[in-house]
Design a protein around this ligand. Structure first.
Ligand SMILES: [Zn+2]
Length: 61
């Protein structure tokens, strides 16, 4: 399962969330520190665009 780096825009905490690629756009990620939903997401493996995420899924299957 891929890991997604997040950083809270409110308290600036960085945290990692593990989730399925299919969940990424549905899941509301909350900051574990302050509970804010204003978080920005960075995928750990360099710079994934949604296109390359799809390719990654194909490669694994
Ligand atoms: Zn926060």
């Amino acid at each position: 399962m891929p890991h997604y780096d997040h950083s809270c825009e409110k308290c600036k905490k960085d945290f990692v969330v593990e989730m399925k690629i299919s969940e990424v756009d549905k899941k509301k990620v909350k900051c574990p520190e302050c509970g804010s939903v204003k978080v920005s997401r960075n995928v750990t493996n360099n710079s994934f665009t949604s296109e390359s995420v799809n390719r990654y899924v194909w490669d694994k299957s």
